[in-house]
Design a protein around this ligand. Structure first.
Ligand code: CTP
Ligand code: MG
Length: 335
C-alpha cells in the first residue's frame, strides 16, 4: 500500500509553503472580532452575576485556546462552587433570563451529553453555548493554548486541518466524525513525534501548574515562555508538515492497535488501555486519548461507516498533497 512515491515527499513541496501560509493568515480572526467576543462575555457575566452572585464565567474552546478561526461561536462555562445544583433547572432559569434580555434563538438543551443553553447576540452577531461546571474543559483549553505558545507551527497546522475538516464535512461528531478538539490533539501528537520533535510533552515534565478537577489531577509544565526554542532544531515548514500529517493518518497510523496520547507524548496500545472490546457506544476505531480524562477516547463517536469516510478523506488529502499540481485549491473543495 505504501508506494515509493508516497514515502518520498514531493520535491517541490516548499513551493506550496507560501500559499498555505496565506490561507492560514486569512483564517485568523480580526481584532475587532475578538473585541466583540469580549463584549458579549461581559454582558453574560453581568446577567449571570445578578442572579448567582458567586458564579464565575469562563471562556473555553476555540475562542480561548488560540485555535479559533474567524467567525467562530464562543463557548462559555458557568462555574459554581455548589456541587449539588440541578443543572437542568439552572439552565432553564438561565434561558429565561437571557431571553428577557433580548438575546435571540435562546434554547436550553438539557438532555445533551453536555447540557447547554444556546443563544445568539443580535448586537455582535455572535452565537454562544453556555454550559455549567465543565471545569475540565477550561483546563484542557489552557493546555492547548500553552502548547500553541511553544511553536507557531502548531497553530498553523491546526488551522489548516480544522479548515480542511470543515470544508470536507468531517468535523461533525453527530455524524460520527471528529470534533475540532480531537483534531487539535492529533496535531499536537504529530508534532511531538517529529524527529527532532517540534513540541515537548508538557505533562511529562516537572509540573508548574496543578489543579484537581472532579477527582482528576491535572498537572503539567506551563512556563512555556521558557520553551520558545524547543522546536528550532526542526526546520520543517507548514506545507511539509501538512503533507506529513495526512500521510500519517492515511498510511502510517496503526488503527487496529494504537492509541495516540499527548499525555505521554507517545503511542499507547489499545491492549494496555483495555480499549479492545466494545462497551456501550465505545467502538475505539480510531483512538485519541483525552489528556486529562484518560478513560475518554475522543474517537468514540466514530462508527464503522464514518471510519471509512474519515480514512478516505485522509487518503484523498495525502494524495492531493502528493500529486496535485495546485493542491491549495482541491484540498479544501466543499465535499
Ligand atoms: N471538549 C472536551 N471534550 C470533548 C469535546 C470538547 O473537553 N470531547 C471541550 C474542549 O475544551 C474544547 C471545547 O470543548 O476546547 C470546544 O470543543 P470543540 O467545539 O470541539 O472545539 P473548538 O476549539 O471550540 O472548535 P470550533 O472552532 O470548531 O468551535
Ligand atoms: Mg467551539
Amino acid at each position: 500500500r505504501m508506494s515509493r512515491r508516497l514515502i518520498e515527499c514531493r520535491r517541490d513541496i516548499d513551493r506550496l509553503n507560501a500559499p498555505f501560509l496565506a490561507i492560514y493568515e486569512s483564517l485568523i480572526p480580526a481584532e475587532e472580532e475578538k473585541a466583540k467576543q469580549k463584549q458579549l462575555l461581559t454582558l453574560l457575566e453581568k446577567l449571570v452575576c445578578k442572579e448567582w452572585p458567586t458564579a464565575r464565567v469562563y471562556l473555553y474552546g476555540s475562542c480561548a485556546n488560540s485555535f479559533g478561526v474567524s467567525k467562530s461561536d464562543i463557548d462559555v462555562c458557568l462555574a459554581l462552587d455548589d456541587q449539588d445544583i440541578n443543572k437542568s433547572e439552572m439552565l432553564l432559569k438561565l434561558a429565561d433570563i437571557l431571553q428577557s434580555d433580548n438575546l435571540q434563538n435562546v434554547q436550553a438543551l438539557t438532555r445533551a451529553r453536555v447540557p447547554i443553553v444556546k443563544l445568539m447576540d443580535p448586537v455582535t452577531g455572535i452565537s454562544c453555548d453556555i454550559c455549567i461546571n465543565n471545569v475540565l474543559a477550561v483546563v484542557n483549553t489552557k493546555l492547548l493554548r500553552d502548547y500553541a505558545e511553544v511553536d507557531i507551527r502548531l497553530r498553523q497546522l491546526a488551522f489548516l486541518v480544522k479548515h480542511w475538516a470543515k470544508c470536507r464535512g468531517v468535523n461533525e461528531t453527530y455524524q460520527g466524525t471528529l470534533s475540532s478538539y480531537a483534531y487539535v490533539l492529533m496535531c499536537i501528537h504529530f508534532l511531538q513525534q517529529r524527529n527532532p520533535p517540534i513540541l515537548p510533552c508538557l505533562q511529562g515534565m516537572k509540573p508548574t501548574y496543578a489543579v484537581t478537577v472532579d477527582d482528576v489531577k491535572c498537572a503539567y509544565f506551563d512556563q512555556v515562555d521558557k520553551l520558545r526554542d524547543f522546536g528550532s532544531r526542526n526546520k520543517e515548514n507548514i506545507a511539509h508538515l501538512l503533507w506529513g500529517f495526512f500521510n500519517y493518518w492515511a498510511y502510517c497510523h496503526d488503527y487496529a492497535n494504537s492509541v495516540i496520547s499527548i499525555r505521554t507524548g507517545s503511542v499507547l496500545s489499545k491492549q494496555e488501555k483495555d480499549w479492545t472490546r466494545r462497551i456501550g457506544n465505545d467502538r475505539h476505531l480510531i483512538c485519541i486519548e483525552d489528556p486529562f480524562e484518560t478513560s475518554h477516547d475522543l474517537g468514540r463517536v466514530v462508527d464503522k461507516h464514518s471510519i471509512r469516510v474519515l480514512r478516505e478523506e485522509f487518503e484523498r488529502a495525502a494524495e492531493i498533497l502528493q500529486r496535485d499540481p495546485n493542491p491549495c485549491g482541491s484540498l479544501f473543495d466543499q465535499y
